[in-house]
Design a protein around this ligand. Sequence first.
Ligand code: PMP
Length: 429
Amino acid sequence: MFTNSQILFDRARQVIPGGVNSPVRAFKSVGGSPIFMKSAKGAYMYDADGNAYIDYINSWGPMILGHAYEPVLKAIQEYAAYSTSFGAPTELEIKMAELIISMVPNIDMVRMVNSGTEACMSALRVARGFTGRNKFIKFEGNYHGHADSFLVSAGSGVATLDIQSIPGVTQAVANDTLTAPYNNLPAVQQLIADHPDSIAAIIVEPVAGNMGCILPQAGFLEGLRALCDEHGILLILDEVMTGFRLARGGAQERLNIKADLVTFGKIIGGGMPVGAFAGRREIMEWVAPVGKVYQAGTLSGNPIAMIAGYTMLSTLDNNPGIYEELEQKATYLVDGLKKVFTEAGIVHQVNQLGSMMSVHFAEYPIIDFSAAAGANNELFKRFFHAMLERGVYLPPSAFESWFLCNALTQEDLDKTIAAAKESIAVIAG
Ligand code: PMP
């Protein structure tokens, strides 16, 4: 059933570390060999053996409208003919910045980069430059890319592979990263009290997606905002997963929270390699060439990435009903899965906001990393494989959010729920 994927994986391991170009793809935590994909359309992906899957990863977020969305493909084809890179400014970059600013609250300026990692790394540098302070606070199980400073107590693949301290990240760098449990305001207050006038920023995933999907508890984000205001700290909302997914204006709009700096990633390229950081003019004008905080990129604002992202974001901008549709689909799936687990007597927690969700097999609410880590992740592994065999592609780790796309039909959701019922009967029976 997976013969070609197995052959490709054996070949890949000879020339690519672990056979993959990003660790979570390796199925390390769930065991077995990764599936090599060949094509995708709408809500479905097709592998090297011709198997079809309903996709709940959607390239880890960006495919909000589904794979190979026709207008995006057409735009890429048209613009590729003008050149795939100029290394000089284009009108397209202005249109992209103007569109992002019109959709997202509290931002006056945007700088495009090439990944979420670059966006977070650069936003932190700007916050340090602006405040003249070195330390920052991040949350256990949040992931902000693989820049050195963020790899302390990180979620996603770092959590999946259970890497405690990362060779290559120096102690000096790690010393400036302060960490607190997610949803724990007193721990943040304590860090601020322990390090007076030395914290430049608090960076947070407004809805966490890198330890499964974990929602901010009432008052958590508001509390961070108030602490930042009180202590001259900048609040960086990492909207790499939530931006343009939870709402047109991301978590800032959906959760009514105001950021000083915002970071975006994969979503704004419609699947092309892109990222961006944005904020108020007085902060963003610290960035070179206006200010001295140096930040650059040969391929930043790449025309193909810009037109792909612009086409997808304009579609979302012009069809705000998409967000309601996405949420209804997610809620339908969540209700269906809960029913399956309840009927089978399996303890479970299903977290959801908008089209982000995740399943944890635990009897207590999943509100932070230690709760997610303490769930029955052995059962999750078996559930993952049983679903895969039934044509449902879930994230290969309990420490990742599921992402829905709007190409999903009622029939796809029902198929998924039926697959879950069969899977649970097999693994728990
Ligand atoms: N921030 C968040 C919240 C993310 O989820 C990710 C990646 N999943 C990143 C930053 C890093 O983005 P990239 O992989 O594009 O570097």
